[in-house]
Write a new protein. Structure first.
Length: 685
């Protein structure tokens, strides 16, 4: 094959890698809610399910490429298999949204699809890293000496494709308000899914005639790299919640990160031993330091502050290009024949390298780790950084010519990464319009009796229903139809992988036309919130409350604010107490701390998931503060709230103090979460 057609194929392969990575990242995010379903049967069941799912990519590599060389035809088969699985999942989502009882089918197909996706990514990355050589076209799979340096260029290609693909997945998600197409059945979700699927298939078809080529090693590092991307630098909801800036600013930073990747990763690989050595030490170090600062140095409740928040935003934006460069260095390994057996093992290791950091971080909230869980993503960063540093150590002993990337790339080759980054930027610009919360008045109004206020309280289970699904549209509809002036929420996710990565606080505020304040609990991606309707009044004097950890295993908080929606200043608190049944002493300490910070004075509403049943000591403590349960005085005391599908417990409460009186309290038959919401109409005059 002549040089020009091969360069065209190289460009197509880069685009293919970007698109496949975007599909993989979406499926990895989607596996969070699916694996959460397994948590209902216990931590051990969830852990075994996760490990089995993410070890299975090796099996899929065997099914795709057993006894075959990794040629363009094998890649075409792998990509088409992934596309068919992804479209099947989109169809299942549409059917479920239409009322079909296919949740468990999607559970099984979804977990299989994420394993297939990791396998396909490893196959495509191995194919993309194939080193062009005259002898490779004859099928010998060997490499000439003049092509030895191109291993570095191929590692850079894979790193560019995977990093830009990770950012592309985040940008696509923002165009849907961070609620992924995977969980939706609307036209917009179908359009985005079909565009990516068709484009990936077209790219794979274009390179179907390409033969097998020697490729890079160390592809296992794609696993921990994906974990870092999904959880941190390619997660705008995480960036916003961790830094304290708006989601709009985080999405803009996503576009900047894409341009940084497109410029820095190829630039750092240009010829010159001194530049290569400098980049090989600096990028891995910056990556580890950035992740460590992000997870270990940010106060859980108060956050980094205004100046610190913007500094953290810059740091997280820089993490994308340095992570891409670090990945490129990891893949700067001597070329060798790519065999299906070796790739099968690599795919399984990559899969486990992705899931262990993601779930290990959140396992701490049920089974506390011996160290702060922020060390888990730091360990993932080290898994990516250490091989890159090892390349630098070997580089000191290697001839300079062996380390220099080819300098024959023309302006058109350099322009492609920038064009791909531009696509990320365009999608991010669209995303800005979908995540920006308007500061103006809402056009929707409800009939409200004079002297009353309506409060809706709901534990959202970070957006995951029992199906399992992520039905944010149903949550929006429930809030709107309730006519609530004030909404108190618990377990609100802002980038949590177990919740599918959505920024629920921003999404719910935007879609309902309400405003939101948020108090982190467990970490800054999960917590309590208050929504309020700005047309019916304001909210001020917002206070975040840290609650005692006690027996654990999860840090808790509460948030209080004063609402004047009824013309009478009502102090409203949203709280979530410790969840283990035997943790009554901890819950009592948490209530004591809350009432010490927020004494019951005047009109006062306390709402939330107290994880306490009627008659328990916790309820007695609340009532001793002069608060009465709205459900007991104006509702059905026998109506249970958890779990939502077949309620067996009454652990969600709305309390009020004089001069407030309850007119009605209803428990809604809604299953979008694992708790049912309560709607209380309260007379304030």
């Amino acid at each position: 094959m002549s040089a020009a057609p091969r360069r065209r194929e190289d460009r197509v392969v880069l685009v293919l890698l970007v698109l496949v990575t975007a599909l993989v990242v979406e499926l990895v995010r989607a596996s969070g809610p699916l694996l959460d379903h397994a948590f209902a049967s216990g931590v051990e069941t969830a852990a075994l399910t996760a490990l089995a799912t993410y070890a299975a990519p090796g099996l899929f590599v065997v099914m795709i490429a057993a006894r075959l060389e990794i040629t363009g035809k094998v890649v075409l088969f792998a990509v088409v298999s992934l596309v068919v699985a992804r479209l099947a999942l989109q169809w299942l989502g549409t059917a479920i949204a239409g009322g079909a009882d296919l949740g468990l089918v999607r559970y099984g197909v979804g977990l299989a699809a994420v394993a297939l996706a990791v396998a396909v990514l490893v196959v495509v990355a191995a194919f993309a890293s194939g080193t062009a050589s005259p002898t490779a076209e004859t099928g010998t799979g060997t490499e000439t000496g003049t092509e030895a340096g191109s291993t570095l260029a191929r590692g850079t290609t894979v790193a560019l494709g995977v990093t830009l693909g990770t950012l592309l997945a985040a940008a696509l998600s923002t165009t849907l308000g961070t609620w992924d197409a995977y969980w939706r059945g609307d036209v917009g979700a179908w359009v985005l899914t079909l565009v990516v699927a068709v484009a990936a298939t077209a790219c794979a078809w274009t390179v179907r005639g390409r033969g097998a080529l020697p490729g890079t090693r160390a592809l296992w590092v794609l696993g921990p790299f994906l974990a870092l991307g999904v959880q941190t630098f390619a997660n705008p909801a995480f960036v916003a919640s961790q830094s304290g800036v708006s989601l709009t600013a985080a999405v803009v930073a996503l576009a900047v990160a894409g341009l940084g990747v497109a410029w820095f990763v190829p630039w750092a690989a240009r010829p010159g031993r001194a530049r290569f050595l400098a980049a090989s030490w600096i990028s891995p170090g910056l990556l580890v330091v950035g992740v460590a600062v992000t997870f270990l140095a940010v106060p859980r409740l108060d956050g980094p502050g205004d100046l610190g928040g913007w500094a953290l935003l810059v740091l997280l934006t820089a993490c994308a290009p340095v992570a891409g460069r670090t990945l490129a260095l990891c893949l700067t390994r001597p070329a060798r024949a790519v065999t299906w057996g070796r790739l099968a093992g690599t795919a399984s290791v990559a899969g486990l390298g992705a899931v262990v950091p993601l779930l290990g971080f959140q396992l701490d909230y049920d089974v506390p780790l011996p160290v702060p869980n922020g060390w888990v993503p730091v360990a993932a960063a080290l898994l990516v950084a250490v091989p890159a540093v090892a390349v630098g150590l070997r580089a000191r002993r290697a001839p300079a010519d062996d380390l220099a990337a080819p300098s024959t790339a023309g302006a058109d080759e350099r322009a492609l990464p920038l064009a791909l980054a531009g696509a990320v930027g365009v999608l991010a610009a669209v995303g800005v319009t979908q995540v920006h919360v308007d500061g103006g008045p809402d056009d929707v109004s409800y009939a409200q009796a004079p002297g009353t206020t309506t409060v809706l309280d709901w534990n959202l289970h970070y957006g995951v229903s029992a199906d399992p699904s992520v039905r944010l549209d149903e949550m929006v509809a429930t809030i709107e139809s309730s006519g609530a002036d004030v909404v108190t929420l618990q377990e609100v996710s802002r980038g949590w992988v177990l919740g599918g990565g959505a920024d629920m606080a921003t999404y719910l505020a935007r879609e309902t036309g309400m405003r939101v304040v948020f108090a982190p609990a467990a970490d800054r991606q999960f917590g309590n919130a208050i929504l309020w309707d700005p047309e019916r009044g304001g909210l001020d004097d917002v206070v975040l409350h840290a609650l005692p950890y006690g027996q654990g295993p999860q840090q808790r908080s509460a948030i209080s604010a004063t609402s004047d929606s009824s013309g009478l200043g009502v102090r409203v608190t949203s709280v979530h107490l410790q969840h283990r049944e035997e943790s009554t002493p901890t819950r009592l300490d948490q209530l004591d701390a809350l009432f010490a910070q927020e004494p019951v004075e005047g009109a006062y509403v306390l709402a939330g998931d107290l994880n306490s049943e009627p008659g328990w000591d916790e309820i007695t403590v609340v009532e001793d503060q002069g608060l009465e349960s709205g459900q007991d005085v104006a509702g059905d005391p026998d109506a249970l709230t958890s779990p939502s599908v077949a309620p067996a417990h009454r652990i969600d409460w709305v309390f009020g103090s004089p001069p407030l009186t309850f007119r009605s309290v209803d428990v809604l038959d809604v299953t979008a979460s694992d708790h049912r919401p309560l709607v209380a109409e309260i007379r304030t005059s």
